[in-house]
Design a protein around this ligand. Structure first.
Ligand code: ADP
Length: 308
């Protein structure tokens, strides 16, 4: 029986100034999934981790994505999927997106690569709708494509893969809960033109910095005058972590997705490790448990292997 084994990477959405439109894929952590086709037109989910996520397909991100693929293909068969999560749900490093993107890519391969990349992103966005209430692709696109993605538009879908130089990424996940709904609610509906001008200057600067491999420009552009001042209030130690990491040599960074994880970009691994020390020191002192990753940008996105 044909089986697909998938490694779906964690992702950092927003990249500080690019709320909802920029994201990058990480080499670590990865969720591992196995998908097979079954005769019955249903979706069966088996969890092989400690997170107790729902096994009803309508309530699990991977399930929703697979159901949408069954519907599109006329319910002639079904899927069984085994999920082994290494990306903690609600961490802000794209746990839901990994399940959604992994399910879409795995199913596509079981069906002899029946779908284009844009179609895979569309299917996977159904999962993000379940997790956060809105369709967004700033985790899904980099998870599937790898590297840095710019989501210029989602209606109609227009995703641009942005070249980026080698960068080291340090992530700290303080073990506190920030509800995605709270992180959305805290935002203002309207923004000042002067703030918008700053923000789009930074987005253009960041994308140009990536393409040119201009580390100083990347660092200067990692500034968010709209979202971070509000959302950082939900993350204890944020200002201290950010200041300390920059002093340790990070180019810059900020909230990963809607938090609570915080990420920093560095030019080399030694700096990324110094940055990790700062993160550990701050959260140890504050007394909040945490988990850190020191990794690099994943250039290939979801990896899938087909076996018989
Ligand atoms: P993250 O940014 O880490 O993806 P989200 O808040 O966007 O966090 O998504 C996590 C939410 O989605 C949780 O409420 C979780 O219970 C729910 N969920 C349902 N199925 C899955 C899945 N397969 N993987 C991750 N989260 C899932």
């Amino acid at each position: 029986m044909k089986k697909v084994t998938v490694h779906a990477p964690g992702t950092v959405a927003n990249l500080v100034c690019g709320f909802d439109i920029l994201g990058l894929a990480l080499n670590e952590p990865n969720d591992i999934m196995e998908l097979t086709l079954i005769d019955e037109p249903v979706v069966r989910i088996i969890n092989r981790d400690q997170y107790n996520l729902p096994t009803e397909p309508e309530k699990n991100v991977a399930g929703v994505v697979l159901l949408s693929i069954l519907e599109k293909t006329g319910n002639k068969f079904g899927f069984e999927v085994t999920i082994e999560k290494h990306i903690k749900p609600g961490s802000g490093i794209g746990s839901s997106a990994a399940s959604a993107a992994g399910a879409a890519v795995g199913a596509g391969l079981l069906l002899d690569s029946a779908f284009s990349t844009d179609e895979l992103v569309q299917f996977a966005m159904n999962g993000e709708k379940l997790a956060s209430g809105v369709k967004h692709a700033d985790n899904i696109a980099p998870c599937i494509l790898g590297g840095v993605s710019l989501i210029r538009c989602i209606h109609p879908l227009d995703i641009v893969r942005v070249d980026a130089p080698d960068l080291h990424v340090t992530v700290v996940h303080p073990q506190i809960e920030v509800r995605t709904s709270d992180a959305r609610q805290i935002l203002r509906e309207k923004i000042y033109l002067k703030d918008a001008i700053k923000q789009w200057g930074n987005i253009a600067g960041l994308v140009t910095g990536f393409i040119k491999g201009d580390y100083d420009l990347i660092g200067r552009s990692l500034e968010d005058v709209i979202i971070e001042p509000l959302r950082s209030l939900l993350i204890p130690g944020f200002d201290e972590v950010k200041k300390g990491c920059k002093e340790a040599g990070a180019l810059g960074g900020g909230i990963s997705g809607s938090g609570p994880s915080v990420f920093m970009l560095s030019k080399d691994r030694n700096t990324a490790l110094e940055v990790e020390k700062v993160m550990k020191e701050v959260y140890t002192r504050i007394g909040i448990e945490f988990h850190t990753y020191v990794t690099t940008i994943n250039k290939e996105g979801v990896k899938a292997v087909v076996s018989q």
